[in-house]
Design a protein around this ligand. Sequence first.
Ligand code: SF4
Length: 695
Amino acid sequence: MSEIKKIESVCTYCGVGCDIEGHVKDNKIEHISASPNGVVSEGNLCIKGKYGFDFVTSENRVTTPLIKKSFLEKNLEILSAVADSLVKKDDTWYEFSLDAATTAVTMKLKETIKNHGRHSIASIGGARTSCESAYLWQKFTRHTINSPHVDNCARVCHSPSLKGMRKTIGEGAATNPFNDIYETEFMVVMGSNTTEAHPIVANRMVKMAQQKHNLAVIEVRDIKLAKFSKYNAVIPHEANLLVLNMMAYVILEEELYNKEFVAKRTKWFDEYKNKILNDPYANPEYFKNLEGYAHLAKMIPNIAREYALKKSMFFWGLGITEHTDGSYAVMAITHLALLTGNIGKTGAGLMPLRGQNNVQGACDMGCLPYYNPDYQEPKEVGLMTPQLVDEMLEGRLKVVLNMGEDITHIHPNINKIEKAIEHLDMIVVQEVMMNDIAQKADIVIGVRSAYEKTGVYVNAMRRLHLSQPLVKSDLPDDWEVIKMFNNKMADENSENYYKYESSKDVWNEVREVAHRRFSGASYEKMERHRSRGLQWPVYHEDTPVLHLLDFRTDDGLGHFSYHGYKLRGMVEEMLNNQLGSDGGYHLTTGRTLAHYNNAAQTKESEKLNKRYDEDILLVCEDDKKDFTSEFVVLKTEFGETNPLRIKFTDKVKTQTLFTTFHHSKSRINAIFGDKSDELILTAAFKSIKVEIINQ
Ligand code: SF4
């Protein structure tokens, strides 16, 4: 009888990047536990990490490449090229070989470039796979297809963090390790439902908050983390920038700022100070005008004072970034750190809590239309995903290559995206599961999951973790599929021809191309330090804390630039005594502990899915009169959800609602339009006015 083997790797779900230990017998995962020495997981995993591995053997895996019958009927040359390999699966799909699949894809790519030019092709995805695959994805798109259109799911999450932090301090990444939570004196958590979305980071926060009573939570609803807080500031929807500017106002007006730090390490302070002190919206007294929120006129200044006078860390999530002023709110957060010197040292810093397990890595690898690997300028800037959707509708974008990004589920305005996809000549999906976008694709290529391959992942604290396979798989890795595409298009003697034999070969090229962050991060070093991990930039040593001496701006200084809050939405309605007068409600969306994003992998685990098998709408108990049925449909000008079960609670404020978006059958994202961050087009998922239709 074979033995149980214990193999260390990294969790496939969220950006915490927990160190896991797979217990494997006969090439099957028996269970997963925290790696005993893991510095990130500290001996604990959340339920997704522990139980979310049944997808590996699920019958919903894509195990054989698939091609749609309807696509072949329109592409007779491709049909004749791959005919020998086709095996009918059902009325919609044929199965065929990987060789035939990559031939079909590349025939269409060549034809599209010839007939419509290189700009008619785009690649979307990369944050759920390894850095090696993400790197090759953008390289193939930029160099072989010669299209600048590369984007990843940071578009719908933390692109505003990258934008706002790069503008003010020159680097769009967390400044400190998670373990600095043990070193800090005060924590502000804003727009992050940490116990559900980043639970193993939340464990640290809870532990320290219980010991030191040093936590402020700023959110639009009463979240679990707030139970452990000293300050539980439940704020109106779309008021982040308002609150952040108020914090800065208090610090400036009461002269609590760090004069030495500001003088030595920043510029444009005086202009910033003048503007903020003369902005009527920046005075916390403003909250006295908002019924139900007047207590914030005192609480926000108290949070600002503790933040300024203590060694503090600021954490945020998509509750900050997914708004029209998301990038400006991130700038306002970095300004608070610059004002108070709460950056560039242990126990003080800025922590954007990134979502997907490798979204940081995908951005580092250049899967963004405006950055090459290592955040270098590309020779040509491409379009962002919402712009690409418009290009599809206009008929200029003909082909989309998609690697692990369920764009008809997790992006906004899914009715529009579904229409746009119909205009494409081809959409190819590389996927682990037969999810929503895979169902809608022309060609689907099944690939290895994170538990079946070797590769580098970068978590939300810039930590590189070299994963190793828990089980063997006959499926190709994403990078191997891209290599096959490439080598069927590139001349064998050209520099574009790929000779990589392993993920390590690809990674060694990353270390040269993206040397500013990764030159010292060899596979050997990452293997030696698998439990500790390495935080980029990595040369001889790694870099746990950024900005110790200088910021990463061109002049090394932190840059202030003030943006005032624009009156709108719920705050404006309250000021005018109109809240609820039109029967509409302010909705925000988010995650729950049991599932990750589109739930394609987590819902395969019975333990997880039975905890949360439908998206639930949370409604304030005071609003019962408007909710007369068990289920309601939410409606906007862009579309309707399917009926959602209601749960009354005292955890959301009157006239506000909360729901998750995990289950595609709910069609939550059909109600969102194109409203997005002004600078970087991240969808404004965190606040929308909806109409209620009782069922
Ligand atoms: S916190 Fe995130 S990385 Fe850790 S086990 Fe849970 S899902 Fe996985």
